[in-house]
Design a protein around this ligand. Structure first.
Ligand SMILES: [Zn+2]
Length: 88
């Protein structure tokens, strides 16, 4: 469902802002998203593409290995969904 930004309530705008900020922070924390041959300044691959595959998918199967995704608050106090197998 597509909606215009100016039709959103203040609460919805605040939630959207928080979600965008959280995703950007996670991307920065994960050293960027590796698409094709992008590398970080030190030549490593980013890991955010793994987070994109699990984001908000707690309890669903990992798209990479099929194991159930886990949710934890232990990492940084925010809800984090991850595959304990692929994202060690
Ligand atoms: Zn996995």
């Amino acid at each position: 469902m597509k909606r215009c930004f100016n039709r959103l309530s203040l609460e919805e705008l605040a939630a959207l802002y928080t979600a965008i900020r959280d995703i950007l922070q996670r991307a920065i924390d994960a050293s960027g998203t590796t698409v094709r041959d992008y590398r970080t300044g030190t030549g490593g691959s980013g890991t955010f593409q793994l987070e994109l595959q699990v984001y908000d998918r707690a309890g669903e199967p990992c798209r990479r290995c099929g194991r159930a995704l886990a949710t934890t608050h232990a990492i940084d106090g925010r809800q984090t969904t991850l595959c304990a197998w692929c994202q060690r």
